[in-house]
Design a protein around this ligand. Structure first.
Ligand SMILES: [Zn+2]
Length: 271
């Protein structure tokens, strides 16, 4: 992508991953591998070839969705590098706190708190805590580039789905990026973002507009989430209806916390 920043695409395209997960290799003589990706043997082989004779010193995950972290352990075993980054997250695959998209096998060697660093060739990579998409999401700053994982993506808005996804936290984490001066974002999915400030302003505006729209629909009459989705997302790809329902729920829970809506059985009503 530029000196000291390489990118390798995993072959896991889908309605949620675009062309697939993009793994980044940061460094010159030493390397940090950001978002190793899904546990696909061909991707791990390709990463090993890309690493070449450079020395991996950290395998770093922005969060623990299954398209980001499962390759960490096999890559650590192959290279000897430690897994460093986001904390593990214990979500069950069944029950009220269930979310099957989480990697329950993720076991980091070192967890980075907000502002903590890893050094590669003597240059720091700084963890920037950005909860919202998931509660354990980190971005990584390297020079004036920010590796944004799924917090900010280059092709689509980010899915924020309860119970772990939190809309208020997500918007606060977008505001946090507005206070930074990054030159470029490298997301895990989609193209680099070369106008970060403008793009983040646009994302915040988009969520505000969505919230206004949901509030208006609920104020017209009590509605179930499916009806809000049908009204707020006309022409939506059927594969994304469940995710859109999750995002609407995330907005509703945030509005409920602020005393603007209430749930009544399956329906949501204005408070
Ligand atoms: Zn994700």
């Amino acid at each position: 992508m530029e000196p000291r920043i390489g990118r390798l695409l995993a072959h896991n395209p889908s309605a949620f991953t675009y062309y697939g997960t993009q793994t980044y290799l940061l460094g010159e003589r030493e390397l940090a591998i950001v978002d190793p990706g899904p546990d696909l043997p061909e991707h791990i082989d390709a990463l090993t070839v890309a690493i070449g004779d450079r020395k991996p010193v950290a395998i770093m995950c922005t969060h623990t969705h299954r398209d980001h972290s499962p390759a960490a352990r096999p890559l650590a075993e192959r290279t000897g590098a430690p897994i460093v980054g986001c904390p593990p997250l214990a979500l069950k695959t069944v029950g009220p706190r269930a979310d099957a998209s989480f990697d329950g096998d993720y076991t980091p060697d070192r967890v980075l708190a907000d502002g903590e660093t890893v050094e590669v060739d003597g240059r720091p990579i700084v963890a920037v805590a950005t909860p919202g998409h998931t509660s354990n999401h980190l971005c990584f700053a390297y020079g004036d580039a920010l590796f944004t994982g799924d917090h900010v993506m280059g092709w689509s808005t980010t899915v924020v789905v309860p119970p772990d996804g939190d809309m208020a936290a997500y918007i606060q984490s977008l505001e946090k990026l507005r206070g930074r001066h990054d030159r470029i974002y490298y997301p895990a999915h989609g193209d680099p973002v070369t106008n970060p400030q403008q793009y983040v302003r646009h994302l915040i505006g988009h969520r505000m507009q969505r919230e206004k729209q949901i509030l208006k629909l609920v104020r017209e009459k009590p509605r179930p989430i499916a009806e809000i989705v049908a009204n707020a997302y006309p022409g939506l790809d059927p594969r994304l209806v469940t995710a859109a329902g999750g995002s609407v729920l995330a907005h509703l829970l945030d509005l409920q916390r602020r005393g603007l809506v209430e749930s009544r059985g399956e329906e949501w009503i204005a408070a």
